[in-house]
Design a protein around this ligand. Structure first.
Ligand code: PLP
Length: 392
């Protein structure tokens, strides 16, 4: 059996027609038919496209699933899974859920009579209080965004399956390099391809991966019926990104661990959230569940727990660019309370541990030493400014 990166690279097919080593971009809306209904397996651009099919096959393989479906964004992928539900159904979701998923669940799907219970899934037993025959999905992210909580996917899956509920894992933060939820019993895997899979902050994309023919049929139907597909150019870009995902993610994880250790030693810093640190509540579980790779994202809060202090930091870094998103080759910094998690009410935000001063870093592929130097100069700059203010 070849190693996983070798396998991955060679799961990108060579074009049979021309020998093109790069997957061709089929930029077409429709396909000419020999007679009505007689075609080469492709009939209309929304229903199917060879470039999209290539991407979907690669991602299915990467996650160890049986089929994958590519959508215009991560949220469109999440939306497609929600559309398998009907009025009266219930979801148990991780309380620290991605802000956009919270907005979609609460402001769109509750309107259609779907109930969502937000639960702290870091203790798997908590879901027992909410699970019933109405529960259709248990929705997990591990690590979560932005406080990087870890949930025991295997244990939660066994509780959910006993009640007939499916387990969905949004695997965006771990990436398939660090974590393969199907191996832990999950039923559906979601990716925002915008992040590690694409890896270059140059596109938005989403994927749903399944491991049964029944689920594949349902998602395929919804993909075609609702139409939120990913266009062929972007499918090609995600394939191109995936070819280096192992290299990038391994590097980003290594860098993030060094940066997280450094942050712990900074006097301005109150708490550092990173599953790779022994101080993290579920460090041991993370190590086991994520093959010793803890991701490229770190969050930390400041001793001076104000939005102003956080804003001073995020506007003082040079390599860490102030922007939403994560997982790309360039490092990013963001202030969740004012950016990614603005749509979550403050009270709920504080409850799930997103302090006013919480800052999220996404480590890119720069050298760790340079990123650490950037953090150092940002804190120094803030200190100097404070001194000037005092003297004025
Ligand atoms: C970014 C993200 C999404 C949404 O993906 P988009 O491509 O921005 O629509 C969903 N889940 C997680 C965990 C994310 O980080």
């Amino acid at each position: 059996m070849p190693h996983k990166t070798t396998n991955l690279i060679h799961s990108v097919p060579v074009d049979e027609l021309t020998g093109s080593i790069s997957v061709p971009i089929y930029q077409t809306a429709t396909y000419v038919q020999e007679a009505p209904g007689v075609n080469k397996g492709f009939d209309y651009g929304r229903s199917n496209n060879p470039t999209r099919l290539a991407l979907e096959n690669i991602v299915a393989k990467l996650e160890g699933g049986s089929a994958a479906f590519a959508f215009a964004t991560g949220l469109a992928a999440i939306d497609a899974v929600l559309k398998t539900l009907k009025t009266g159904d219930e979801i148990i979701a991780v309380d620290d859920i991605y802000g956009g998923a919270y907005r979609l669940f609460t402001h769109i799907y509750e309107k259609f009579g779907i109930t969502i219970h937000y639960v702290d899934t870091t203790d798997a037993d908590n879901i027992r209080d909410y699970i019933s025959s109405k529960t259709k999905l248990v929705w997990l992210e591990s690590p979560t965004n932005p406080t990087l909580k870890i949930s025991d996917i295997k244990k939660i899956t066994s509780i959910a399956h006993a009640k007939g509920a499916l387990v969905v894992v949004d695997n965006t933060f771990a990436s398939p390099v660090a974590q393969q939820p199907f191996k832990l019993g999950a039923d559906i895997v979601i990716h925002s391809g915008t992040k590690y899979l694409g890896g270059h902050s140059d596109l938005v994309a989403g994927l749903v991966v399944v491991n049964t023919p029944e689920l594949a049929e349902q998602i395929k139907f919804i993909q075609n019926a609702s139409g939120g597909i990913l266009g062929p150019q972007d499918c090609w870009l995600v394939i191109r990104g995936i070819e280096t995902v192992t290299l990038r993610v391994e590097r980003q994880c290594k860098t993030a661990l060094q940066v997280a250790e450094f942050l712990q030693s900074c006097e301005e810093v109150e708490n550092v959230y990173y599953p790779g640190l022994p101080s993290h509540k579920n460090h041991a579980l993370a190590r086991e569940q994520q093959n010793g790779l803890f991701g490229g994202v770190i969050s930390f809060s400041l001793k001076e727990d104000t939005e102003e202090a956080a804003i001073a930091f995020v506007t003082s870094t040079q390599y860490f660019k102030l922007a939403e998103s994560l997982g790309g080759v360039k490092s990013l910094v963001c202030h969740p309370a004012q950016m990614t998690h603005k749509s979550i009410p403050q009270e709920k935000r504080l409850q799930s541990g997103i302090a006013n001063s919480l800052i999220r870093l996404s480590c890119g592929i720069e050298e760790a030493e340079d990123l650490i130097a950037d953090i150092t100069q940002a804190f120094e700059k803030i200190r100097k400014q404070e001194t000037i203010e005092v003297f004025n």
